[in-house]
Design a protein around this ligand. Structure first.
Ligand SMILES: CC(C)(COP(=O)(O)OP(=O)(O)OC[C@H]1O[C@@H](n2cnc3c(N)ncnc32)[C@H](O)[C@@H]1OP(=O)(O)O)[C@@H](O)C(=O)NCCC(=O)NCCS
Length: 178
């Protein structure tokens, strides 16, 4: 299996719009995209602005997913990762986060940390983050509204350059409060 992560180009807007509209994304705000709404998001610069970029996840010449990295070069980047349903649970998410962490720290030497937030019940994403060295840093209670009316907690993770460089995870200090 060969995995590559080519940069999205605006000339591929239709392909990206079709990808976003091709299925529901239950763990995302706005889980149902239409071609029109996806095109509007792409045209707004959301996926390739000054501090944003998007990479395809290509498995053996097939576009099976995407990674959208935000706030690059402007603070602490965070990212969104999506795989087509038929390609989940086979290690591609873990491979993608491993790749993007090295790519971002490698290209932006001044960036000290990368962040990710996911819904409390997104077990697969939470496992991926932990496997890739991200540490749970926050729990935002009832922060994530859903279509059904349930308010889920969102869980914040981060990885430090120093941890990544040494292949370790350092614990958060929770004991400093008054
Ligand atoms: C979340 C996502 C990126 C994870 O990628 P993936 O390729 O499916 O995950 P992996 O195959 O690398 O699995 C990583 C771990 O998660 C576990 N896992 C995978 N799918 C799971 C599921 N549905 N339920 C519970 N655990 C799951 C795996 O067992 C593995 O853990 P282990 O090594 O301890 O066994 C992918 O499932 C996806 O695109 N989901 C829909 C979009 C989404 O939710 N994106 C995240 C938004 S924040």
């Amino acid at each position: 299996m060969e995995l590559t992560y080519p940069l999205f180009d605006l000339a591929e807007a239709q392909t990206l719009a079709e990808f976003l509209a091709s299925e529901d994304w239950h763990f995302h705000a706005g889980p149902h995209q239409t071609l029109a709404s996806a095109h509007a998001r792409i045209a707004s610069g959301e996926f390739d602005g000054d501090h944003d970029r998007t990479h395809w996840i290509v498995r053996d010449d097939e576009r099976v997913g995407m990674i959208h990295i935000e706030d690059l070069g402007d603070g602490n980047p965070l990212f969104d990762l999506r795989l087509r349903a038929g390609h989940r649970g086979r290690g591609l998410g873990t491979a993608a986060v491993t790749w993007l962490t090295a790519a971002v720290f490698g290209e932006f030497p001044d960036l000290n940390r990368i962040e990710a937030t996911t819904r409390q019940d997104n077990v697969a994403m939470r496992r991926v983050l932990v496997k890739c060295g991200f540490v749970k840093e926050a729990r935002y209670r009832q922060e994530w509204p859903s279509e059904g009316g349930t308010r889920y907690d969102s869980i914040g993770y981060g990885i430090l350059r120093s941890d990544w460089g040494m292949g370790v995870t350092t614990a958060v200090n929770w004991e400093d409060g008054p």
